[in-house]
Ligand binder design. Sequence first.
Ligand code: ASP
Length: 329
Amino acid sequence: MDKMHRRVWGLTVASVLLSVAGVARAEFPEKPVTLVVPFTAGGPSDKIARDLGEALRKQLNQPVIIENVGGAGGTLGTARVATAAADGYTLLVHHIGFATAPTLYRKLPYKGIDEFAYLGLINEAPSTLIGRTTLTAKTFADLRKWIATDPTKVNLAHAGVGSASHLCGLMIQSSLKAELNTIPYKGTGPAMSDLMGGTVDLMCEQATNAVPQIEGGKVRAYAVTSKERMKLPLMASLPTLAESGLADFSVTVWHGLYAPKNTPAPVLTKLNAALRSALKDPELNKRQEALGISVVSDARVEPAAHKKFVEAEVARWAKVIQAAGAYAD
Ligand code: ASP
């Protein structure tokens, strides 16, 4: 190497070393973090992501941006995060559909649940079966009789194949042995508007979105889909579906936080710590509790426990989905 070349080479090496040192020194996060919600705005996943985003912002000292990527029951938003840079700046807030999509979809736009790093569970929300207020059926028993007269005339809204409302609707149909006319949306936000407007008849909806509308008399509540009744004073008299004659019926909707698989370990550790602290934020807890929802215990905000839980959910729901013969292409 001649002198000139050696100097240029030396400078290049020095500047590479400097920039590597710079990256190592830089503390994550240095810029806003995006939470991808795989459903439209105004639905339950959007609500939890926004409330969590506010609590995470305080922990990370960076703005948290919500990006709604609705469609195909949450699989499009999930794919968006699977293919995002694995740098901790693009995360996924997703629910039970994360565990049901691999069975429901014969072709997924991402490789599966191993494409992600698990950051911890967030919450568990009860769900409800609700209808338009103009239905003549007042109770679930009335509703059951009405459905039996002609199931194909009953419109059941849901947030796309793989969404929680779809899964719950699927189980109701299989319990009643009735095939309803199902109407997919990109989230239950817009589906709720149609239900309140009376253009669809029924929907399963998480407490997050359902409780304010039930309490405001904008929709009729028929039952809680979770195992236990809700404890909120105005909701405590609502029976569960299991109590109403659908033996062992139980759909509860959990949410979790994910990063792309190859995100560096120190970034994941930082995000997990931020999530743990965010879930203790009194403001977040107040908002969740007002809707009858609770954030999970510390032991579940743990990557290994989260992953194990999701794997068990995949196996549990695979049996149910296969028994119902449901799939999407
Ligand atoms: N979580 C969906 C949403 O936010 C609703 C659903 O899965 O049913 O719209």
